[in-house]
Design a protein around this ligand. Structure first.
Ligand code: CP
Length: 304
């Protein structure tokens, strides 16, 4: 079967098919309300989630399917030491498709090796978050009308932020994309992404520490939370957690048509006053997340 473990698992053409289907679902949801009748989605969440889990569940229900799963792994036989391999083999006896979030990098990939049903990576540690990337791309495509010729700034925790890693990979495939990477020295984009994605493909990028220095150049500002749960010690987290706070004043220097995205949840990095700005698109983005997951489920189940 087909899985989605990292953004490059789909070609640009396949992504376009998913986005076109999401557009159709948004335009005529009635036409899709029964297409997953009789199908079951399993949600295996070994880490907390609001958007990813609820949007997957809402997506499956809105397609006429049903959902089983856990959001507290210790309520399952994981607590008794059952392996990922055995868990997914068992889930495959009951469900038609599985969504897995896990704190360990590579866990959903391991699951896919043992699975007879499609496995979707819903975030693995500080590694990848491909369905967030589908969400981000659909949002950019809808609001900016294109996925090429864009300057995108990533700001915050670029080291542990898996949504950043996945979106950089995915956007690097489109024409004339420039990245401005804004982070403290300790939270820079991992070397492997710079080497294997940016440098290898001759993508233009710069690394800076101050958001004020470049905000005026951006078409998209992608803010991120400092990922507390990935830090080895609390002192470092406390020192770095408020490195960036996007407020009205900073927004005054941005382009009139720049958009602000954030995978959410936010902590302090975007002031609530920015929510009123028409350029703040992060809740719209969360909404697109459900539609793109509807399209993804439909494609992986082969019902569309
Ligand atoms: N964006 C995202 O993954 O949010 P959750 O952690 O709430 O699922």
């Amino acid at each position: 079967g087909r899985h989605l473990i990292e953004p490059m698992d789909f070609s640009i053409d396949e992504l376009e098919e998913i986005f076109n289907l999401a557009d159709e679902i948004i335009a005529n949801p009635e036409n899709f309300k029964d297409i997953c009748n009789g199908k079951l989605l399993a949600t295996l969440f070994y880490e907390p989630s609001t958007r990813t889990r609820f949007s997957f569940e809402a997506a499956m229900y809105r397609l006429g399917g049903k959902v089983i799963g856990f959001s507290e792994p210790n309520s399952s036989s994981v607590a008794k030491g059952e392996s990922i391999a055995d868990t997914i083999r068992t889930i495959g006896c009951y469900a038609d498709i599985a969504v897995m979030r896990h704190p360990k990098e590579g866990a959903p990939k391991v699951a896919s090796f043992y699975s007879n049903i499609p496995v979707i990576n819903a975030g693995d540690g500080g590694h990848q978050h491909p369905t967030q990337t589908l969400t981000d791309l659909l949002t950019i495509r809808a609001i900016k009308g294109k996925l090429s010729n864009l300057t995108i700034g990533f700001c915050g925790d670029l080291k542990f932020g898996r949504t950043v890693h996945s979106l950089i990979k995915a956007m690097s495939r489109y024409e004339n994309i420039k990245f401005i990477l804004v982070s403290p020295e300790e939270l820079k984009v991992p070397e492997y992404i710079k080497k294997e994605v940016l440098e290898k493909n001759n993508i233009e990028f710069e690394e800076i520490e101050k958001l004020e220095d470049s905000i005026q150049k951006l078409d998209i500002l992608y803010m991120t939370r400092v990922q507390k749960e990935r830090f080895f010690n609390e002192e470092d987290y406390i020192r770095l957690k408020d490195s960036y706070i996007l407020d009205k004043e900073k927004m005054n220097n941005a382009k009139k048509d720049m958009i602000v995205l954030h995978p959410l949840p936010r902590v302090n990095e975007i002031s609530y006053e920015v929510d009123e700005d028409p350029r703040a698109c992060y809740f719209k983005q969360a909404q697109y997340g459900m539609y793109v997951r509807m399209a993804l489920i439909a494609k992986l189940l082969g019902v569309c």
